[in-house]
Design a protein around this ligand. Structure first.
Ligand code: SF4
Length: 363
């Protein structure tokens, strides 16, 4: 195949996606990165949008095999931030002029949890709406699989983006990392419901899962395209010490870096194929390379999620080992990320929602 010819395409076949993900030569990878960056500049611009991340509870009723906060892990402290703590974090987002917040927690479906989330969304809207920001802060929810009715209630309360990662679009791979009660088709149905309701919908996968092939990852990208999603968040698979994948922590550094490099290629190829979606440069990239998040932005990502979770509980929300930014206060994270983004000559969209352009093109 001819790399230059493929990179000048507007549409990509499965074979071409596989070819791009298989690139190993550094000069060729740089051509891929450059093409992805140009596509990002053309379709969504070079601004980076901040979504202040508030991990408001690590209580989860699920038992995903790879996850450090799954319900059967007893080796850490469970927390539930009270409303005042969450609103304090929201006020920091307003002080730092972030434009949006993400409310993330483990998965619970009981009515009191749902009411709590609804109350948070309504309160955040009400305290952040004023003459300068008539629509208040943008709110993204990431609280897992819920019924369509619950999603509708969240939407009606004022949340307008929802993140629900599928982790792998290959059904047998999905089953290999989840307990039997988590159903692949249900996850698909949830994504469809979110779209039908009118959310800007985000999903994503882990890169480097045991047994995962390049073909699987190519199919993930094709799924993102066919599902017509608006936002992507994905990163390298990093094993957690309290999971069945702990044995992989001792594996050689090489495979860790291989996953990292593959994750960057996934960001670049996804940008080429999906063009106008929002794509996060995730902290998992920084867990491997101290400059991983900047690299994610250089490979075509345009979203960063600075930490607003209170520092005293942040260590208790580790889906994978080695998560960075555990000890810094929110202000330090804010200054650090601002500096990192300036170092790669990107501008931050302060005070803007920075919604997915793809959402408006499909609705
Ligand atoms: S991945 Fe999400 S749903 Fe699964 S155990 Fe972890 S927090 Fe719960």
């Amino acid at each position: 195949m001819n790399l230059n010819k493929i990179l000048n395409n507007d549409a990509f076949s499965r074979d071409e996606i596989i070819y791009l993900l298989n690139l190993e030569n550094q000069n060729e990878i740089e051509l891929l990165r450059d093409a992805a960056y140009r596509t990002m500049s053309k379709f969504v611009g070079e601004k980076v949008y901040f979504r202040g991340l508030i991990e408001f509870s690590n209580i989860c009723l699920n038992d995903c095999f790879y996850c450090g906060i799954r319900k059967s892990n007893k080796n850490f402290h469970r927390y539930n931030l009270d409303k005042e703590q969450i609103i304090e974090a929201v006020k920091l987002a307003m002080e730092f002029n972030y434009g949006s917040v993400v409310l993330q927690s483990g998965e619970r479906t009981n009515e009191s949890f749902i009411e709590h989330v609804l109350d948070l969304v309504k309160t955040i809207k009400s305290i952040s709406t004023n003459d300068i920001f008539p629509e208040g802060l943008g709110i993204t929810l990431c609280v897992g699989e819920q019924t369509k009715e619950t999603y509708q209630r969240f939407f009606d309360a004022g949340a307008h983006r929802y993140l629900l990662r599928i982790e792998s679009t290959n059904e047998s791979l999905f089953k290999s990392i989840h307990p039997p009660e988590l159903d692949f088709n249900k996850r698909m149905d949830c994504l469809k419901s979110l779209k039908e309701i009118g959310f800007q919908v985000g999903t994503g996968v882990m890169i480097g899962l045991p047994g995962q092939t390049i073909e699987n990852l190519a199919d993930d990208i094709i799924f993102f395209k066919e599902m017509d999603v608006d936002m992507i968040g994905m990163g390298p698979f990093i094993p957690h010490k309290d999971t069945q994948y702990a044995y992989m922590i001792e594996e050689d550094e090489k495979s860790k870096w291989k996953n990292y490099e593959l994750a960057l290629k996934m960001i670049a190829v996804t940008r080429l194929v999906l063009q106008n979606v929002n794509m996060a440069s995730t902290t998992a990239l920084q867990a491997i390379n101290p400059f991983g998040r900047e690299e994610g932005l250089r490979y075509g990502a345009n979203i960063i999620m600075p930490q607003l979770t209170p520092t005293e509980v942040r260590k208790e929300y580790q889906l994978y080992d080695g998560k960075p930014c555990m000890d810094e206060f929110a202000k330090e994270c804010h200054l650090c990320l601002s500096g990192r983004i300036a170092s790669i000559n990107r501008e931050i969209g302060y005070g803007e929602w920075g919604d997915s352009k793809h959402y408006f093109s499909r609705t």
